[in-house]
Structure formats: C-alpha cells, structure tokens
Design a protein around this ligand. Structure first.
Ligand SMILES: NC(=O)c1ccc[n+]([C@@H]2O[C@H](COP(=O)([O-])OP(=O)(O)OC[C@H]3O[C@@H](n4cnc5c(N)ncnc54)[C@H](O)[C@@H]3O)[C@@H](O)[C@H]2O)c1
Length: 467
C-alpha cells in the first residue's frame, strides 16, 4: 500500500483518487474548499450530490472511505506522499495552446512543501516536455533537501464511464526517464491493475501518447463526418458505410459514428493544442488541422439544415433539445455541441426547451447562460414541453432514451422536424416517422428519406468518367 496525493478534485482527480483508494492510501487535495467539503459530505453520508456526475463514483468513495483523506490545505496534502499525481486543469488559452498556469502553481506548491523523497506524475494532458518544466520548477524552489523524480501518467478515462474505465483500462501509459522511478511506478500499478495493461515508456513518449490518442479518435470522427456529407450529396447512407468498414478489424467499429461534430472537454482542446504545438515545433500535423476544420464545418452543416427549414428566420420558432451535455450521462458542458447549437438558435431569435437525463447538466446550462435568460426553458421531463407550439426536435446526445422516442407524444408538434445530431434513429423508425409526416434530418442519412437520384449519378459518370 503506497501513500498517494492527488492534486485536483475534478473529473479526473476524484475518480482517480477513488480508484487508487482500493489499494492505496490517498489524499485528494484541491484549493477549492467547496469541492473538498462536497466530497467529504458525500463520504460521510450527509449528501448524495457530488460536484461531478459519474456513475458508481459515490459508492466507490464510500466503500473505500478509510483510505481517503480530503484536504484544501497544502501542508496536509504533502505530509509524506510517495507519489503525487497532478490532475489540475489545462484549459486552452486564446491561441489554442494548453494553459499551464495550474501546473505551474502545483509545481511551486510542491517545491515549497515537499519534505520527503517522492515521485511526481502529471495526469493532466500537457504539451510534451512539461514534466521537464515541472522538474525544473521544483528543483529551483525546493525548500527541503529531498530526492524526487518527475514523469507522466496521462489519463484516458471518458466522462460518464470514469469508474469503469479506471477499473478495466485497455492500457496504463506512464513514462519517466529515471529508470528506478519507472520501476517504482510499475510496482505501484501492479497492485491495482493487470500487468498486461501496463505501458512504461520515456517521459516524452508518454506525454505525446495522450495527444496522439485523442487526435486519432477525433480524426476518425471527422473522417466519418466528411464521408457523411458526401453520402448526403450522392444518396448513400453513412450508417451503412460505417457498419461496412467497422467490421473490418483493422479499422474497428468505435468512433465511426457520424454526427454534428465532436465536443467535450478533451477532443477540441487536445486536437487544437497538439496541432498548435506541432506548428510551433516546425513539424506541423496537417491531418489534425484538417480534423479540426472538418469538425467546425460539420456543425455548421448540421445547423444550416435546421435554419434552412425556417428560411433563415428563427424569430418566434420553438425548438426542443434532448441532451445538452456533450455526450450522454455527463453534466459537463465544456465545448458541448448541443450547447453551441442552442446558443446559435437563441442568438437568431429562437426559443429552446432543454431536457437532459442528468439534472446537473441543466443546472450548469442555466448558470453558464444567464445572458440568454428568457430564451430557454429547462425541463425535467422528456415530453412535457411538446405542444402545437413546438417547431423542431433536436437530438443532442446519444442517450438510449432518445433512440426510441414515444412518437405519440411528439405528434402535437406544429412543424414535425426532427434533427438527429447523433444519427441515433434507425432506418425503420425514420421511415415510420416519415409516414407520420415527420421530416427527419441528420448528418449522412438523408437518403433514407429522400432516396437517391439514380439518373443524376449516371449522367455524372457518363460526363466525367468516359474518355
Ligand atoms: N475530463 C476528462 O474527461 C479528462 C480525461 C482525460 C484527461 N483529462 C485531463 O485531466 C486534467 C484535469 O481535467 P479535469 O476535467 O479533471 O479538470 P477539472 O477542471 O474538472 O478539475 C481540475 C481541478 O484542479 C483544481 N486545481 C487547480 N489548481 C490546483 C492546484 N494548484 N492544486 C490542486 N488542485 C488544483 C481545480 O480547483 C479543479 O478542481 C486536464 O489536463 C484534462 O485535459 C481530462
């Protein structure tokens, strides 16, 4: 059992701390007293509300409460840890680069308070080389004579499934150039996970692996989104193409779902950050630059499908949005595509009725969008807002409650437009909705409703492909 301190009680720090506490003694430190008190109340059974929404997290914290110590006091946080995991935010700055100010402040605090030998690992997503920077800051500011090593241990959990992702990871990537420290990190993880999943490497490779993974996944999504737009143009169905290529094991079926674009706290920030980093290093990653451009263009494409139905005039138009979190089961609205769409609609005069299965997502939306007050209404019931004043339904995320809607409850809509931002309705349902006079729009499945113009394609081929 090792003694571990986690810096940061956010979406990564709390689930990671709870997971480590299965086999290690964990201190979770955050200068934000409110967050620390919120977790404490939950652990002590005085409340069931955490500041982040994660399945099974509360149970895990309570189960292992004897191994968890919470503090907002830096001296307490650094009482004898063998490992420190830094899991503070690295939000984008105005140039799209990762802002390292929280990493800096964590490193300075460690330098000023560390009083025993320790291994420090960055869990935050950071530009390659940051571990060296942290090492230098600590070395310069160190108050006590101690030995320390700094490495990288990027996090790959996905919000909404963090507890499960941590319990059964495909891989645990960590890097440290100090061989002895690297062995100690391996030892630390062997108490937690299967050794098959361990991927020790150098510090720089580990830091780059995190960006590489997110950029690769985002690129898969943008690739499918470009294909989806081509599908709409020629009359193919992107869902069928997805299935056809996804069954090829070299490609794999995950992250092939075309949609209104990827969002969330990681993909947009991390693709931007690594693209910018590579430019600054004179080694541009033009494929990732394209991924980002395609993502923005796909959202615009989807939005335009909505507004063109109302001849660009949204004044007095009422929309329902099902799912405001960037994906199902999260209250995190950072870079959420449904939020982006909602704001554009409201900016152009529409009113939006918002429902999400996670009440915290609605609370966050209200808090972050007070300037739109009066232009939106929040709902805790999926159907209560449907009436003859509703003009369109937008499916914002992939929650299963949205896959098979109770169609009877939608039939009161004034204009029966359904915009499927996640392509989750199946072909059968789409055809059924069409029979009931609904108009279905998505990204890459227009052919299910419109069919295909065979004659046009034949003349196109005759014209361009016969020498
Ligand atoms: N959210 C995700 O799904 C996810 C997944 C993988 C990796 N990451 C990366 O992990 C890092 C953390 O992300 P997050 O979503 O948990 O952020 P978050 O904003 O939810 O949490 C960060 C926490 O750090 C705290 N903090 C700031 N300065 C501190 C300091 N000096 N000492 C201790 N705590 C401090 C803040 O108060 C905040 O509670 C980021 O680099 C992010 O890119 C996030």
């Amino acid at each position: 059992m090792s003694r571990v301190t986690i810096f940061g009680a956010g979406y990564v720090g709390v689930p990671t701390g709870a997971h480590f506490s299965r086999t290690h003694k964990v201190t979770i430190y955050d200068p934000d007293t409110e967050k620390i008190n919120t977790i404490r109340k939950v652990i002590e059974n005085q409340s069931d509300e955490l500041h982040i929404h994660e399945k099974d997290l509360i149970e895990l914290l309570r189960e292992n409460h004897e191994n968890i110590f919470l503090t907002d006091n830096i001296e307490e946080a650094l009482k004898n840890p063998e490992f420190i995991f830094i899991a503070v935010g690295t939000p984008p700055n105005e140039k799209g680069r990762a802002n390292l100010k929280y990493i800096y402040s964590a490193a300075e605090q460690i330098a000023a308070n560390l009083s025993n030998d320790c291994i420090i690992l960055n869990k935050s997503t950071v530009p390659p080389g940051t571990a060296y920077l942290v090492e230098d800051i600590i070395a310069k500011g160190l108050k006590n004579k101690v030995n320390f090593a700094v490495g990288s241990c990027p996090e790959f959990l996905a919000e909404g499934t963090a507890v499960e992702d941590l319990r059964t990871p495909d891989r645990i990537v960590y890097g440290c150039d100090d061989r002895e420290a690297l062995d100690k990190i391996t030892h630390f993880f062997t108490f937690l996970q299967s050794s098959d999943s361990l991927c020790p490497m150098t510090t720089l490779s580990s830091e780059l692996t995190k960006y590489a993974a997110n950029a690769m996944l985002a690129t898969k999504v943008s690739f499918m989104n470009s294909l989806a737009i081509l599908c709409d143009t020629i009359g193919a169905n992107v869902r069928e193409v997805q299935e056809g290529i996804g069954k090829d094991q070299r490609i794999g079926s995950k992250f092939l779902n075309a949609s209104m674009g990827y969002g969330g706290s990681c993909f947009p920030k991390d693709t931007q950050a690594i693209a910018e980093y590579a430019i600054l290093q004179d080694s541009p990653l033009s494929i990732i630059e394209s991924t980002i451009k395609i993502n923005d263009a796909t959202t615009e494409y989807f939005y335009n499908k909505i507004v063109e139905d109302f001849k660009d005039n949204l004044s007095g138009i009422n929309f329902v949005i099902w799912g405001i979190g960037f994906k199902a089961r999260t209250d995190d609205l950072r870079e959420s595509k449904p939020v982006e769409i909602a704001k554009k609609l409201m900016d152009n005069g529409a009113h939006v009725h918002i429902y999400d299965t996670v009440p915290g997502a609605l609370v966050n939306f209200e808090r972050e969008n007070s300037k739109y007050s009066g232009s939106f209404t929040l709902h805790h019931d999926q159907y209560e807002m449907f009436s003859n004043e509703i003009d369109g339904l937008i499916i914002g995320n992939e929650h299963e409650k949205f896959r098979n809607p109770d169609i009877d409850k939608l039939t009161t809509m004034k204009h029966k437009y359904i915009y499927d931002g996640k392509n989750i309705l199946n072909n059968y349902l789409i055809r059924y909705l069409t029979k009931l006079q609904f108009q279905y729009k998505s990204v890459g499945k227009d052919s299910v409703v419109n069919g295909r113009d065979r004659t046009k394609l034949v003349s196109f081929l005759q014209d361009k492909y016969m020498d």
